[in-house]
Design a protein around this ligand. Sequence first.
Ligand code: ARG
Length: 295
Amino acid sequence: MKHQMETEILKAEVLIEAIPYIRRFAGSIVVVKYGGSAMVDENLKKSVIQDIAMLKYIGLKPVVVHGGGKEITSLLDRLGKKSEFLDGLRVTDEETAQVAEMVLSGSIAKALVDELEGVGIKAVGISGKDGRTMLCSKKLDEKGRDLGFVGQIDKVDTSLLDTLLANNFVPVVSPVGVDGMGNTYNINADYAASAVAGALSAQKLMFLTDVEGILKDKDDPASILRSLNKGQALAYIADGTIKGGMIPKVQCCIDGLEKGVESVHVLDGRVSHAILLEIFTTKGIGTMVTDKESV
Ligand code: ARG
């Protein structure tokens, strides 16, 4: 009996710990990049949808930007379309870009809208084409090679997103863009998320990944950096502490900050309710990157 009472009180403590964050973040725009395991595992999917619903009900303004590389690959396979890769990056011909659009906008975004509507949240799927939200041009790879219809974002027009947010919708954004001539581009979802967050002057940008956070040693989860600022992040890259696959992640964080986002978070999407734990607890569970002098 006593034990049960203690558990109940603990639940209240969790809610109380959230008060300052609810106060601080109510009304704030939070862009969530949804990808990785959290998009595949049914339980994790449910937990992400619940977290987003919770944010909305508390009064934050979530915006979802989703990925879908695996799903694109699997439809291309089913269609018997062979993909060509250059250093691990898919060469995206016109047909591939069309398939990517079908999967991202047609299938994934609509399924997310259904899930959100299922928990009582008004949601709308858009891509960079709708309202010309993301205008693109061709992005060359690091070596200056043409990979086809891979887009770099030249301009984000937030008018459609603003309208949706003002009318209480949760926008679900597919990383598909268009150029002035009407060509379709596949955009890297991390990059799309940070462009959207910057253009909306979001308070938070959260990346759901398949790692604990930003790690000093990629093989040691205990080496997670809980919080760092831009200067520290750059210094860690320069001195080789942050290396390999961690670098593009950290660069995405810095990119978000440079575009005006207040804090960028790298979270482990394999943990249920990672989003809520990060936003509404003091310690959080991932890595928080800010522009502040010292953290
Ligand atoms: N809940 C607070 C926020 O969202 C603090 C999060 C701290 N997280 C961290 N990884 N150090 O701003």
